[in-house]
Design a protein around this ligand. Structure first.
Ligand code: FAD
Length: 235
């Protein structure tokens, strides 16, 4: 099985399946290899499905904001049909309470200003109009459930919130990876499941391919390691 592929993609989570799709669009012959039985069985399945833009690093926020536009147009972005159906993205926005722990979201808002991502400050008394039923009394600082004071009020109200408009949640993270797999396959990508990669091989000081646990070797000049939390183990 040598030299058939331009790129080997390790992992078929939501990131790996989309990498396969994007590389295939650029004309690369790819094979995605995953030890799971289907796309999205790794941490993608464990995700809470929240789509948000406010992270701690500028680059992450910029990437997430760009990603939000793809989620909003998921069906058109991927194009191909999926026999398992299509996810739904609910563009609710994300309301986050300001706390001393998150530095009252000042750094997050500064990054949103840098990337041009819209948000609004919400006064404590207006939170319920955005999130009906919200309890604005203070319980902070957070305590372990074993703490005697767990769940007790600590006095006063929260300091307000920020509503990040670009955000929401998707109906099914695993299905989103499956759909990306089908879209990649529709333009020539191959996927191999229940196959564990045990080694990224090198030759002449550059990547040469991978080896599976049964000893099978597949060669390619490009190996993309998107094995999620396991990627560092492989490295
Ligand atoms: C509890 C939890 C909640 C989360 N909530 C959110 C959220 O609300 N919003 C959000 O944006 N993110 C959330 N995340 C993070 C998000 O799930 C991940 O960032 C995302 O799913 C990563 O996708 P991935 O494709 O990189 O990795 P994965 O989905 O982990 O895919 C990696 C794939 O690599 C395969 N693999 C690993 N090692 C090998 C090997 N040696 N050989 C072959 N295959 C291998 C695995 O089987 C797996 O399918 C959450 C994560 C967790 C754990």
């Amino acid at each position: 099985m040598n030299n058939q592929y331009d790129a080997i993609i390790i992992g078929a989570g939501v990131i790996g399946a989309c990498v396969a799709f994007e590389l295939s669009k650029k004309g690369y012959k790819t094979i995605s290899i995953d030890k799971g039985p289907e796309a999205g069985y790794g941490s993608t399945s464990g995700s809470c499905a929240i789509i948000r833009t406010y992270y701690s690093a500028y680059e992450t926020c910029a990437l997430a904001y760009e990603g939000w536009f793809y989620w909003k147009d998921w069906a058109n972005y991927l194009g191909a049909d999926d026999e398992q159906g299509l996810i739904k993205y609910n563009d609710t926005g994300c309301l986050v309470i300001k706390t001393p722990h998150n530095k009252f979201l000042e750094e997050a808002c500064a990054t949103m200003d840098r990337i041009g991502c819209p948000y609004d400050h919400i006064a404590a008394e207006d939170i319920a109009s955005k999130l009906p039923g919200a309890d604005i009394r203070k319980f902070e600082p957070a305590k372990l459930i074993t703490d005697e004071a767990f769940g007790e009020l600590t006095g006063g109200e929260v300091s307000g919130a920020v509503l990040f408009h670009a955000g929401g949640y998707i109906s099914d993270p695993k299905l989103s990876a499956h759909k990306a797999q089908r879209a990649a396959e529709a333009i020539g990508a191959e996927f191999m499941f229940k196959a564990e990669i045990t080694e990224i091989r090198q030759q002449d000081n550059r990547v040469a391919g991978i080896t599976l646990s049964d000893g099978t070797q597949i060669d390619a000049k490009i190996v993309v390691n998107v094995a999620g939390p396991h990627s560092s183990i492989l490295n």
